[in-house]
Design a protein around this ligand. Structure first.
Ligand code: GLU
Length: 439
């Protein structure tokens, strides 16, 4: 029997016996964080590494937020478990203004990153977790740690990797009335695509019919490349929990600030999560919460930061997708965020001749041969033998690109020379991938 799954303690003659929770045995560190640390180690050894593994915003935290954090560094008290009242109100006001959602500060829960809030949600809600693939790396491991049942829902490249209402309906009809959380993440990590409003409306109708809780992960919503993100909460307000935070649109991943907005009818979930929060992390970092109020107040400086960030990501994503396609790599058009999910399938035979028959060996060899770090599709819920991967187009100097874009009128799109000059490292990485695949 595999010792990782056996009930017997794993012993080491020099230390105490290892008694690991069965749900944790055999787990590896999260792929996104592991590739980042590995890339950094390789760079320290002197290798040229293109860091397209971890999805971290290339842009600096907007100046008004940095100033607000400095001004609030003295805040030392524990704050309310659910979050600073001013921040909860600011999040609700922002949401009402941007999306017309009927909500107040009482419906908001603040946490140390939306990832932690997702874990708490799965812990307190008793039901299956339905995950359309490809999907972000951590939803399923969280379910596994807690002991929840995961149902994968396959999507097709030809549907732009989007979940269809029919597929969701088929799954829910197998066992009507079963409690379920369905996760939707759009603009998507890992594909960069998003849903059309009609598709959201159709999915909402299925969710309503089957009484599903929808966890709408909109952490990349503000990075919709045309600033036209629409939330499914508009079509299914009574069953949608909206998840977001500062990590992506404010370039503040390391600040660890996440937000959940609940419909009134799911207040019991907010209450239960707050109880667990009070027994685990207590409350979210005080200075960060005070500074975050500034982000949700918005204003011209933050608006301009967002518009320029979107414009840069839009031009770079388009350019990269074009380069990869020219080398026969399939890739869906990027619409938001900073990811592409290329498929190397058209090169399957040539890759097999080089001994590369799955996404893990493909990404390993690519890193060894070219220094380009991307993550295999298998980490995103795809079959190992499918030759897909996630590429995060973030390895460029975001501060420099942002200030260059800010000196140019917003009305016009950025031309090729802008991307060449300010995001050249990412284009170079794409060229390396293309040359390597065509070898
Ligand atoms: N969400 C980012 C990613 O997918 C990084 C953070 C994380 O995974 O925890 O790369």
């Amino acid at each position: 029997m595999n010792p990782k799954n056996s009930m017997a303690p794993i012993t080491d003659e020099h230390s105490l016996p290892v008694h690991l929770n069965l749900n944790v045995r055999g787990l590896e560190p999260s792929a996104t964080l592991a590739i980042n640390e590995r890339s950094n180690r390789l760079r320290r050894k002197g290798r040229t590494i293109h860091k397209l593994g971890l999805g971290q915003s290339p842009f600096p935290v907007p100046t008004p937020l940095v100033d607000a954090l400095r001004d609030n560094a003295f805040r030392k008290d524990y704050l309310a478990v659910r979050g600073l009242r001013e921040l909860r109100d600011a999040v609700a006001t922002y949401r009402r203004r941007r999306h017309g959602t009927d909500c107040s500060g009482d419906d908001v829960l603040i946490g140390p990153g939306s990832k932690e809030l997702m874990f708490l949600l799965q812990l307190v809600y008793y039901g299956d977790l339905v995950i359309p693939t490809p999907t972000w790396v951590s939803y399923a491991p969280q379910a596994h740690i807690i002991g929840r049942h995961v149902r994968w829902l396959d999507t097709k490249e030809s549907d732009g990797w989007r979940l269809t209402a029919d597929a969701m309906d088929r799954l829910c009809s197998e066992d009507p009335g079963r409690p379920r959380i369905v996760i939707l993440n759009y603009p998507s990590n890992p594909t960069g695509g998003t849903y059309h409003p009609q598709e959201l409306e159709d999915l909402a109708a299925v969710a309503r019919r089957h009484h599903c809780v929808l966890l709408s992960d909109e952490i990349y919503g503000e990075l919709h490349h045309e600033g036209r993100h629409i939330s499914i909460a508009r079509f299914y307000p009574e069953g949608t929990i909206t998840s977001s935070g500062l990590s992506k649109w404010c370039g503040a991943g390391g600040w660890r600030l996440g937000t959940f907005i609940f419909p009134r009818g799911l207040r019991w979930l907010l209450d239960a999560m707050s109880i667990v929060a009070s027994e685990t992390y207590t409350s979210t970092c005080a200075p960060i919460q005070y500074a975050a109020v500034r982000a949700f107040q918005g204003g011209t400086e933050i608006e301009s930061y967002l518009k320029h960030s979107r414009r840069i990501l839009h031009s770079l994503g388009k350019k990269l997708a074009g380069r990869l396609r020219a080398a026969g790599i399939e890739v869906a058009p990027p619409q938001g965020g900073f990811y592409l999910f290329p498929s190397f399938h058209p090169h399957r035979e040539a890759l097999a001749a080089r001994g590369l028959t799955d996404s893990v060996s493909l990404c390993e060899r690519l890193l060894e041969d070219t220094g380009v770090a991307i993550l295999p599709g298998s980490h995103f819920g795809r079959p190992r033998e499918e030759l897909t991967a996630r590429l995060a187009y973030v390895d460029f100097n975001g501060a420099e690109a942002l200030s260059a874009s800010q000196s140019m009128p917003l009305k016009e799109p950025l031309d090729d020379s802008f991307v060449e000059t300010h995001c050249g490292g990412v284009l170079e990485a794409a060229d390396k991938i293309c040359a390597w695949i065509e070898e």
